[in-house]
Design a protein around this ligand. Structure first.
Ligand code: AP5
Length: 220
C-alpha cells in the first residue's frame, strides 16, 4: 500500500514567520514549499490574468476570492514534485479553502499531519513587516532581525532585495484585521481535528524551527 503524502499547514497572522519557517521545514523534510502568496506574486511578475486579478486584492490587503485561489493551489499540488506532500504557507486561509484542501487530499491519498500555529503579538507583526526585505527567489530577510550579509542583496544569488507593496503600515494593519476575521476561525477547525500545535513565534528563528520540527516529529 502507498504511504500517504505528508502535508504540513503553516498557520499564523501576516508576519508571524510562516514563509521563513516553511522554507526551512520543507528543505529539512524533503518536501516542496507551496506558498499561495508566492504563487500570486509569480503570476503578477509574469503579468498573467490571474496575477492582474490578484493584485487588485493584494495591494488592499484583502483576500483573493476562494474560487481562483483554490484552483491555483489545486493545480500546483497536482504537479509531480508534490507527490510526497508539501509544506503549505498561506493556504488554506478561509473555511471554504480548508474544506477544499481536505477534499483534494482525500482524492490524492494525502493527509494533513500537523498544523503549526505561529503566535506573535500584533505590535511585533507590524515591526517585522516594516523591516522585511525579500528576494525574487522567495528568501526572506529582516533589516534588524535577520539581515543579509550584504545590505539589500540576497545571500545566495546576489540579486537585489525589495520591500513588498503590501508591507506599508496601513495595509499591514488591515491584513491583520482580515486574518482575525477570515482566517482565525481555522484555528478552531484544526484544533477540533486534533491537528493544531501552537508555537511561540517570538523566539529566535532557529528555536521556532526546532519547536515546529518537534511538533511534526510527535505528530508523524
Ligand atoms: P502572503 O504572501 O501569504 O502573506 P501573509 O500571510 O500576509 O504572510 P507574510 O508573507 O506577510 O508573512 P509570513 O508569516 O510568511 O512572515 P515571514 O516569514 O515573511 O499573502 C499576501 C497576499 O496574497 C494576501 O494578503 C492576499 O491578498 C493574497 N493571498 C495569499 N494567499 C491567499 C489565500 N489563501 N487566499 C486568499 N488570498 C491569498 O516573516 C516576516 C518578517 O519577520 C521577515 O522579515 C522575517 O525575516 C522576520 N522574522 C521571521 N521569523 C522571525 C523571528 N522568529 N524573529 C524575528 N523576526 C522574524
Amino acid at each position: 500500500m502507498n504511504e500517504k503524502a505528508t502535508y504540513i499547514v503553516m498557520l499564523g497572522p501576516p508576519g508571524a514567520g510562516k514563509g521563513t519557517q516553511a522554507k526551512v521545514i520543507a528543505e529539512r523534510l524533503g518536501l516542496v514549499h507551496v506558498s499561495s502568496g508566492d504563487l500570486f506574486r509569480e503570476n503578477l511578475s509574469r503579468e498573467t490574468e490571474l496575477g492582474k486579478l490578484a493584485q487588485t486584492y493584494m495591494t488592499k490587503g484583502e483576500l483573493v476570492p476562494d474560487d481562483v485561489t483554490i484552483a491555483m493551489v489545486k493545480e500546483r499540488l497536482s504537479r509531480p514534485d508534490c507527490a510526497l506532500g508539501a509544506v503549505l504557507d498561506g493556504f488554506p486561509r478561509t473555511p471554504a479553502q480548508a474544506e477544499a484542501l481536505e477534499k483534494m487530499l482525500a482524492e490524492s491519498n494525502g493527509r494533513i499531519n500537523v498544523v503549526p500555529l505561529i503566535n506573535v503579538p500584533d505590535q511585533a507583526l507590524v515591526e517585522r513587516l516594516g523591516g522585511r526585505w525579500m528576494s525574487a527567489s522567495g528568501r526572506v530577510y529582516h533589516a534588524l532581525n535577520n539581515p543579509p550579509k550584504v545590505k539589500w542583496f540576497d545571500d545566495v544569488d546576489g540579486s537585489p532585495l525589495f520591500q513588498r507593496d503590501d508591507d506599508k503600515p496601513e495595509t499591514v494593519q488591515h491584513r491583520i484585521d482580515v486574518y482575525k476575521a477570515q482566517t482565525a476561525p481555522l484555528i478552531a477547525f484544526f484544533k477540533s481535528a486534533g491537528l493544531l500545535v501552537e508555537v511561540d513565534g517570538t523566539q529566535d528563528i532557529d528555536k521556532v524551527t526546532e519547536d515546529i520540527l518537534t511538533a511534526i516529529g510527535t505528530a508523524c
